[in-house]
Design a protein around this ligand. Sequence first.
Ligand SMILES: *Cc1c(COP(=O)(O)O)cnc(C)c1O
Length: 402
Amino acid sequence: MLVTPHLFIPGPTNVPEAVRRAMDIRQEDMRSPEFPKFTLPLFEDLKKAFKLTNGRVFIYPASGTGAWESAITNTLNTGDKVLMSRFGQFSLLWVDMAQRLGLNVQVLDEEWGTGVPVEKYAEILAADKGHEIKAVFVTQNETATGVTSDVAGVRKALNDAKHPALLFVDGVSSVGSIDMRMEEWGVDCCVSGSQKGFMLPTGLGILAVSNKALEANKSGKMPRCFFSFEDMIKNNDLGYFPYTPATPHLRGLRASLDMLFAEGLDNVFARHHRLAEGVRRAVNAWGLKLCAKEPKWYSDTVSAILVPEGVDSAQVVKTGYYRYNTSFGVGLNKVAGKVFRIGHLGALDEVMVGGALFAAEMALRDCGVNLVPGSGTGAAAEYFRETTKASATSRPELKLAS
Ligand SMILES: *Cc1c(COP(=O)(O)O)cnc(C)c1O
């Protein structure tokens, strides 16, 4: 049967029609005299998605992992002391990368289901009178456990300690879906990628940097080549790249930014919050719990849902895939077999979330979870009905979504 598979993993996310059409282009001459007319405004507009007015953005033909590496190798030195925390597969992998690149990492291991320990960061920074710590890392949204951390709180800890360390944020599964205020929060390097909030296929590593990070780049001596800021800046300033850019992705990014700005970033964040809340109502109605330990950690882009003892969450995901043509995220590493994840970010509305919950409900029951049929989907539907602001007689946004 030729049916579209239903994709509810936390990236890659669903690519809207407008973005797909924008990417369906002839290959173009990336050194043409016309190309900068497209790229220079794209660089400026991309900064707006990070709420950054100074600094700059770098777009690599890579993925989020490449942007992680770019941030580290361009601004730090081998042996530099950095402060990181680990509470899920993505924060864990960033620590691993920092260690493999030769940084001296002070790692705080936190319980999975919690996030960045802001108070511990504050104590450590206050005690670091000699300013040994060169950078502080925050995974804003831990995609493995559905936990969002307090970036503003870490900025406050740095300010309170009058600490000059750089602030690095992983925003791969949050930028474009959850608020990121690079300038206000004094974020120096913010990592993202194309296939989550930006609603594109995988293929771009995106890194937004402050002027302070650009200054650090000048004194940083770590070997760098493919990700080199210097090479990028020299070419980007003229609207070009040091090597062949992923031009269809750039065209898609233009369309994606246009969609985000037409909806309005605040409306985009509110939509994500409301859809996530619908999922949380469903989880509660099923009698299940999130991996995120407390409401302050709840993520608006992904929910990691704990299955009852004796049930294998991998089986739930497999059942969704084979029986209901629906993909959910599996549990990774420490939470393998214990959680399954519903990605609710990007191009998504209530009916799509309803479909995800419908499939999850069936797969959970198939795997022996004794929930009341219709309980989760019903709770979400009622929440969406009660909170909708849409008019029953007009749809002004239809022309935007075409
Ligand atoms: C997806 C993800 C990554 C890895 O990005 P890739 O594009 O797969 O390289 C890193 N951090 C977080 C928080 C993610 O969600």
